[in-house]
Design a protein around this ligand. Structure first.
Ligand code: TYD
Length: 227
């Protein structure tokens, strides 16, 4: 299915955050959101799974540790159903209204967790992502990369969900999967070393985003950021 470029045109800017568990996505998303607020740029902050009302019900199914019987294909299709709803209800309208959209996880998570780690195949998840998203992909996907042990040490206090309860070999595969994907799409997917200090990561992300917006959207967004 070929994406309809006209339907997908927008003046906003689309950013996804990706990575393994405990890499500091939430903290860095908070910093980047503040950066846009400081420049008076409208930003929509969202997440997967669960960025819509329907999606939050799908999220419950996906992350409930009691759902051990969920098959890999059913799992993938639930993430994709959540995404399809997310694109039409939330992401695309915001981008069309000229906003910046920051999502905590998107299509690359399915490519890595289901395509690579569950072994469903990258070719298959990419084709299904095309269908679920209508061909809408982030202008910039930021992967926070961190050794698995460090990530889990950071989340020690939390009760783990169904995905986090996977073995450490699975999480090592997740890490390698994101790195593999970033080599395949070196422009769209940027890897940041999340083992640096919080502030170093914050500045690196800020510089990356500024550069990208300047290069790809020489429009009103960039004018606001220049101030
Ligand atoms: P979440 O609680 O949002 O945690 P995180 O901080 O890790 O993002 O959990 C989402 C989980 O779902 C996470 O383990 C990654 C997984 N996931 C997939 O396996 N496939 C997907 O397509 C998405 C969006 C997430």
């Amino acid at each position: 299915m070929k994406p309809d470029r006209k339907k997908l045109a927008y003046p906003g800017f689309f950013i996804s955050f990706e990575g393994g568990e405990g890499a500091g996505k939430s903290t860095q998303i908070r910093h980047l959101t503040k950066y846009f607020h400081d420049h008076k740029i409208p930003v929509v902050l969202t997440l997967e799974p669960g960025g819509t009302e329907i999606g939050s019900k799908i999220r419950e199914l996906l992350l409930d540790p009691r759902n051990t019987a969920l098959s890999s294909r059913a799992e993938l299709l639930l993430y994709l159903a959540d995404r399809a709803q997310h694109v039409t209800d939330c992401i695309l309208p915001a981008l069309k209204a000229g906003k910046v959209v920051i999502t905590d996880r998107y299509a690359d998570s399915s490519n890595v967790y289901q395509g690579i780690c569950r072994g469903l195949g990258l070719k298959e998840t990419m084709a299904l992502n095309d269908y679920a998203t209508y061909g809408l992909y982030p202008d910039l996907a930021i992967v926070l990369d961190l050794p698995v042990k460090l990530g889990f040490a950071r989340m020690k206090q939390r009760v783990l969900d169904r995905m986090e309860l996977e073995k450490s070999s699975f999480h090592n595969k997740v890490r390698r999967g994101f790195l593999q994907l970033s080599r395949k799409y070196p422009k769209r997917i940027q890897v940041i070393n999340a083992a640096q200090t919080e502030d170093q990561v914050r500045v690196e992300i800020q510089d990356l985003v500024r550069n990208r917006i300047r290069k790809s959207k020489g429009t009103s967004l960039w004018k606001k950021m220049e101030k």
